[in-house]
Design a protein around this ligand. Structure first.
Ligand SMILES: C[S@@+](CC[C@H](N)C(=O)[O-])C[C@H]1O[C@@H](n2cnc3c(N)ncnc32)[C@H](O)[C@@H]1O
Length: 280
């Protein structure tokens, strides 16, 4: 079993993240997506540039009755359930070496994943739960001069990601400190959202998925990547895996349309969802 470093969510992080709700960012506009003004370094845009999702979040419809529940916490979980699965602890920034391990390419075929995203220059994309930026950095290279947002709730993850982007001169990579209920992305501005090994850790998955839905342009897509719970050979702890059926159940409940599920990754589902053009 691969070891992952997880931690109980420190109150300080949540508090800090909420305090940073004003860091809503606006390099992406509704389509057609203009190229962002280049800046000297990866940046967090000022709150004044655009309205955030926060106002809309306040009016979001409630989760389906009974979607959230409670259970006795297991060692890897938080004792909160969503559509019957226990939510996992998020991975601490102490796990950065695991995210950056050399064997990841052969185990997860991250380059095949990046190819499957069909990124093009000028796109506006967001890697939510970006961690160390292992995927965000190559995404930013591929969409330049478009924008790649990397969001996370841990300031330490963002610091790592932003330092890396600075080193590589990627001024189109923008870090966003999100909170656990809102991605703080501009409304209807994002072409593609990537979620790699992160969604199952969201302690408010309903609120997060509704926030993602609003951030996507109509017809915009989510690429959800989760370790396959159906496959006992995938050497990842149970709460850090999801079945395809569970992925579909949760995203369809939040208003997404399932597009297809790709099977080219050795350990993970790649499940595609779309914000319906005529939907919420
Ligand atoms: C296992 S790591 C994966 C990182 C990255 N996606 C990768 O594959 O390299 C999951 C990340 O999701 C972040 N996370 C957990 N809950 C989150 C939330 N509600 N919003 C944004 N990020 C979150 C954690 O802080 C952690 O950095």
């Amino acid at each position: 079993m691969l070891e992952r470093s997880t931690a109980r969510r420190p109150v300080a992080i949540a508090t800090h993240a909420i305090a940073c709700a004003a860091l809503a960012l606006a390099a992406c506009a509704p389509p057609p997506t203009p190229a962002p003004a280049p800046s000297a370094s990866p940046s967090r845009a000022p709150a004044s540039e655009s309205p955030t999702n926060a106002a809309a979040a306040a009016t979001t419809s409630a989760p389906p009755l009974g979607a959230y529940g409670e259970c006795d916490p297991t060692p890897d979980g938080i004792g909160r359930t969503y559509f019957g699965r226990e939510i996992a602890h998020f991975m601490s920034h102490a796990g950065i070496p695991w995210l950056e391990r050399d064997s990841r390419e052969s185990e997860e075929r991250t380059s095949a994943l990046l190819d499957a995203l069909r990124l093009r220059p000028g796109m506006c994309v967001a890697d939510i739960g970006a961690g160390s930026g292992r995927l965000t950095v190559p995404m930013a290279r591929r969409v330049a001069p478009g924008t790649a947002y990397g969001t996370d709730i841990q300031p330490e993850m963002l610091a790592f990601l932003e330092a890396r982007a600075r080193t590589e001169g990627l001024s189109n990579l923008k870090g966003i400190l999100g909170d656990t209920q809102d991605v703080h992305l501009p409304e209807s501005g994002v072409d593609l959202v990537l979620l790699v090994d992160a969604y199952h850790e969201f302690d408010h998955p309903w609120e997060m998925s509704r926030s993602i839905l609003r951030a996507l342009r109509p017809g915009g897509r989510v690429a959800l990547v989760e370790f396959r719970a159906e496959d006992p050979e995938v050497p990842i702890k149970g709460l850090h895996k999801m079945t395809e059926a569970q992925c579909r159940r949760e995203f369809e409940a939040a208003g997404f349309r399932w597009v297809r599920t790709d099977a080219q990754l050795p350990w993970q589902h790649l499940v595609w969802f779309e914000r319906p053009a005529d939907g919420p």
